[in-house]
Ligand binder design. Structure first.
Ligand code: UFG
Length: 329
């Protein structure tokens, strides 16, 4: 039996496929390649270029393959874009998930693990954030992720769907082999942008605000290695297949680093100067987002291996240095 991975050609999806294959699992990837890259898909995974909103294509795949569960990553992920084009986010994220669920259930597959986000919380003021903290998304992106969670909740009651929603904090780093890594166009995330400065592709890194209520005035985030996230998906799918109950889990290291601390750490790892410029705040950025992942540790037996920022940035640097244009090479 195989695991179906919609969005398996994206950043977190491709790393999860690598971990699944390394664990000896059979994997079928679906991706429309709008933002994902065929080159990032593990050569031992079976690949279909298809869109999750195409129900006939999904039905065919479920009929042709022997699928035991789905790990679902296919979604649009840019917070700013979601604010200017909410219809795109409701269509791809929520409607896409509705079609996927309908096809799964029709074809006798009822287990799904999927990418949710810390963006479901909004500004809670709580440190660390637990799963029962109030969810008040500040972006349309976060709202669609929360709507996906709620959709699963109602489908569980009505059709017996088994689901786990994994709320990631700041995904970062790259596969330790250097085979795959983070590659977004446009790139908006802090660590890859800093490493583009180290690579000489940008003159400086802009710090979005240094007047937050934090020790050095810059925003604090919980950076979690993509391979640790990948492992959590495998644990969650096995937990559900083993009879575990539907639930929502935070995934982070539980330690916050400020933007300035991340830049300093990258200077140490790369040996480059990495000039910085203070820029205005970016709308919608909460001052501090740090996870409590106690539930995932306790329930899924999740043990993040990369709890050291230097180690995390080293894996990212290893990838970016050798692949300055990511997969768009
Ligand atoms: N930042 C800068 N300069 C940059 C880019 C980012 O100062 O050039 C700062 C941001 O203001 C933020 C921090 O670096 O304080 C991290 O920013 P990222 O864009 O890397 O990540 P976010 O915390 O904004 O976003 C992440 C995920 C989103 C998710 C969100 C949940 O990437 O998918 O967490 O809050 F929605």
């Amino acid at each position: 039996m195989a695991i179906l991975v919609p969005g398996g050609a994206g950043y977190i999806g491709s790393h999860t496929v690598y971990e699944l294959i390394e664990a000896g699992r059979d994997v079928v990837v679906i991706d429309n390649l709008q933002t994902g890259y065929r080159d990032s898909v593990h050569p031992m995974a079976k690949f279909y270029q298809a869109d999750i909103r195409d129900e006939d294509a999904l039905d065919n795949i479920f009929r042709n393959e022997s699928i035991e569960a789905v790990i679902h990553f296919a979604a649009s992920i840019q917070v700013a874009e979601s604010m200017s084009d909410p219809l795109k986010y409701y269509d791809n994220n929520l409607y896409g998930t509705m079609v996927l669920l309908r096809s799964m259930l029709k074809n006798g597959v009822n287990t799904i693990v999927f990418s949710s986000s810390a963006a479901t919380y909004g500004e809670t003021g709580e440190v660390p954030i637990k799963e029962d903290s109030p969810a008040n998304p500040e972006s349309c992106y976060g709202e669609t992720k929360l709507a996906m969670e709620r959709l699963m909740h109602w489908c569980a009651g009505a059709y017996g769907l088994k689901y786990a929603a994994l709320r990631y904090f700041n995904a970062c780093g790259a596969h330790p082999s250097g085979a795959i890594g983070e590659s977004h166009v446009p790139e908006t995330h802090l660590i890859p942008l800093i490493l583009q400065v180290a690579n000489g592709q940008r003159p400086h890194i802009s710090i979005y605000g240094d007047d937050y209520e934090t020790p050095d005035g810059t925003c604090i985030r919980d950076y979690i290695h993509v391979t640790d996230l990948a492992q959590a998906h495998i644990l969650a799918v096995d937990y559900l297949l083993g009879g575990g109950k539907n639930d929502v889990f935070n995934l982070g290291n539980g330690v916050g680093f400020s933007v300035k601390e991340v830049i300093d750490c990258a200077r140490k790892v790369t040996g480059h100067e990495i000039p910085e410029v203070i820029a205005p705040r970016r709308p919608g950025d909460p001052a501090r987002l740090v996870a409590s992942s106690d539930k995932a540790v306790r329930t899924l037996n999740w043990k993040p291996k990369y709890d050291d920022l230097e180690m995390i940035i080293s894996t990212a640097w290893n990838w970016h240095r050798s692949n300055p244009n990511g997969f768009a090479r």
